[in-house]
Design a protein around this ligand. Structure first.
Ligand SMILES: NC(=O)c1ccc[n+]([C@@H]2O[C@H](COP(=O)([O-])OP(=O)(O)OC[C@H]3O[C@@H](n4cnc5c(N)ncnc54)[C@H](OP(=O)(O)O)[C@@H]3O)[C@@H](O)[C@H]2O)c1
Length: 253
């Protein structure tokens, strides 16, 4: 097992942006552990990666014991974990009055509660890692859908807004010893956005998204947001005074 290559654990790597990110990081020589629920999906992604030393650890991120077991297994095989990237996410487009509450619980559990499980599992060890080397990194995928309450965006929007708050707190608490990054994609072509029946402005491919994230993980910035032509518009909208924001938002319904 290579001791010099960067060791990166991606949760949510069996499809979409996480799979494309794994391909991009493997091309740069990183050793990847791919996680998600579907072992079959993970093995297919593993086959597509450059390099030999990658592994798969299938588990459900909303099962805290399974997450802890996967972490222990990785620690047995790797000298250290340099990056942990949380990409797992569920999405069902719905409007109030039509929300399936079981589905809502699942979305909040996978998108938000799982991240608490992850942080509590990895943080003690990542904080203690030899800091004469580069800082360890925790990167978590939120969304522009969490910037402000959009119409027809729940419960996904609330889970991502909660996640933004969580990531900001994490950076405020441990940003001196760990590199904390927030990933905020706009629209990306994946099975997740296949569910949308509206025009998705500035949509990009999963490969483009994976390449952007892979490049910016090594930057000094806290937030990796893209495509900028869309995310800056969302940042402006989310900072409008409420009277003006709701005027704009009601036109988005
Ligand atoms: N696509 C977009 O436009 C967009 C925009 C903003 C943010 N995002 C965010 O980007 C991330 C990746 O989404 P994507 O578009 O690439 O969607 P995707 O193609 O559906 O990929 C989602 C990944 O999450 C994994 N996952 C789902 N539930 C899981 C669970 N319980 N435990 C472990 N892994 C789980 C999936 O694998 P399994 O099904 O095998 O578990 C899959 O690998 C998500 O956090 C999403 O919210 C996407």
């Amino acid at each position: 097992m290579s001791k010099t290559a960067k060791h990166t654990w991606i949760i949510g790597a069996s499809a979409g942006i996480g799979a494309a990110l794994a391909q991009s990081l493997a091309k740069k020589g990183e050793v990847i552990c791919l996680s998600a629920r579907s072992e079959e999906g993970l093995l297919k992604v593993q086959e597509s990666l450059s390099g030999q030393e990658h592994m798969v650890q299938p588990f459900d991120a909303s099962d805290k014991d399974a997450l802890a077991r996967a972490h222990q297994q990785i620690r047995k095989e790797w000298p250290r974990i340099d990056r942990v990237i949380f990409m797992a996410g569920l999405y069902t487009p719905t409007s109030f009055g039509e929300i399936d509450l079981k589905d809502a619980e699942k979305i909040i559990s996978v998108n938000l509660t799982s991240v608490f499980y992850l942080i509590e599992t990895i943080l003690p060890e990542m904080k203690m890692q030899d800091n004469t080397q580069e800082k360890g990194q925790i990167a978590i995928c939120a969304s522009v859908a969490g910037y402000v309450g959009l119409p027809n965006s729940q419960p996904y929007g609330a889970s991502k807004a909660g996640l933004i708050n969580l990531i900001e707190s994490l950076k405020a608490e441990v940003g001196d010893v760990l590199d904390i990054k927030m990933i905020s994609p706009g629209f990306v072509e994946t099975r997740l956005t296949e569910k949308n029946d509206f025009d998705m402005p500035a949509r990009i491919s999963a490969k483009e998204a994976g390449d952007i994230i892979a490049k910016q993980l090594d930057s000094k910035k806290f937030e990796i947001h893209f495509p900028k032509r869309f995310t800056y518009v969302m940042k402006i909208i989310s900072n409008l005074p409420y009277w003006l924001y709701f005027h704009v938002a009601q036109k988005m319904r």
